[in-house]
Design a protein. Structure first.
Length: 338
């Protein structure tokens, strides 16, 4: 039995510019990092080359079958598609679970895709580079499963840590952001993550956004240009271990993101954000596509407890976290890579 685990992410700026429909024309840029919340793929090899898959997140079960009869079942589709992509025919029981709920806005589906690619390629005795893992995961999600996603989540999950990632038609450039340990600790102390308690179907919002990009909608395109510039600003600040303006930049990014398409925010989300600002937060944003999931906030240390108290009274769940710098890893691989 082996366990593959891969962290989810928080995106600080530039989300949306990682869509091929945008960056192939204009170029894209994001700043993201991993946190210590994970997706897990547990694989127990079988002796009869049969397959079955369980997703605890979706309470679903792909019943035992042969390789030729594998099909997509909600919650198991990424694992099954990866098995078929690599033509891995040795069989196994696959258990899929995660620390965050579906629709969390923390890039869990791409984290799982990277996890599956990394784990199953190792079982298949293939050694892939971080970039190849990211591109393969993206290919499976975007081209095989038709998820309307951008590339940043796959790259952040595969590379790990703080990264400034630039996208163009011809290449993706990942530049690690080196931040000293005191500044990392300080940034952790100034960031708060809350689960709103409402998940959303990101595909609907992202499909609308893609349609606006294809139609060259002025509001959407100009807002994407703006958040791309904010990514460069945050990158510059973090490179200098200067986190003082991160909160303000998050706020500017959130205001721009709301112009991507309708449905990114609503009255409930706006009230949460307004209360957070009144309680001492400097700025923040919804992670992921919007519409629900998690809210990331920046606040001074002295206001931290007040923000936590006010938002938890409103029904939100505070999610403590630390940054993660490892990317995907596999536990107990001992007998499978000889």
């Amino acid at each position: 039995m082996i366990v593959g685990m891969t962290p989810v992410r928080i995106s600080l700026a530039g989300g949306g510019t990682d869509m091929p429909e945008y960056y192939e024309k204009y170029g894209g840029a994001v700043v993201s990092t991993n946190i210590d919340q994970f997706t897990y793929l547990i694989v127990n090899s079988t002796h009869d080359n049969s397959f079955q898959a369980f997703s605890s997140d979706f309470s679903s079960h792909h019943k035992k079958s042969s390789y030729d009869k594998l099909h997509t079942v909600n919650g198991t589709e990424i694992a099954v598609s990866t098995v078929k992509y690599f033509k891995y025919k040795k069989g196994g029981d696959f258990l899929i679970c995660s620390d965050v709920p579906p629709g969390s806005g923390l890039g869990a589906s791409s984290s799982l895709a990277v996890n599956c690619v990394n784990t199953i390629s190792k079982l298949n005795k293939q050694k892939l580079s971080k970039q190849k893992i990211a591109e393969t995961a993206f290919d499976i999600e975007r081209n095989i499963l038709k998820h309307p996603i951008g590339k940043q989540d796959d790259y952040v999950a595969s590379f790990g840590g703080f990264n400034y990632i630039k996208f163009s038609k011809d290449k993706v450039k990942v530049s690690p952001i080196k931040i000293n340990k005191p500044s990392i600790k300080k940034l952790e102390e100034h960031l708060l993550l809350f689960y709103i308690g409402v998940t959303r179907n990101s595909s609907i919002l992202l499909s609308k956004q893609l349609e606006h990009i294809k139609k060259n909608k002025e509001n959407t395109i100009n807002s994407l240009h703006y958040v791309k510039d904010l990514a460069e600003e945050i990158n510059s600040s973090l490179k200098q271990s200067d986190i003082t303006n991160v909160g303000e930049l998050l706020h500017k990014g959130w205001e721009a993101k709301k112009k991507f398409t309708n449905g990114i925010t609503n009255n409930h989300i706006d009230k949460i954000y307004e209360l957070a600002i009144k309680s001492g937060a400097v700025g923040g944003k919804l992670t992921g596509a919007g519409g629900g999931g998690h809210m990331l906030l920046y606040c001074e240390k002295q206001n931290r407890q007040n923000v936590i108290q006010k938002l938890t009274k409103l029904g939100l769940i505070h999610v403590p976290f630390h940054f993660n710098f490892e990317g995907p890893k596999i536990l107990n691989l001992y007998d499978y890579t000889k």
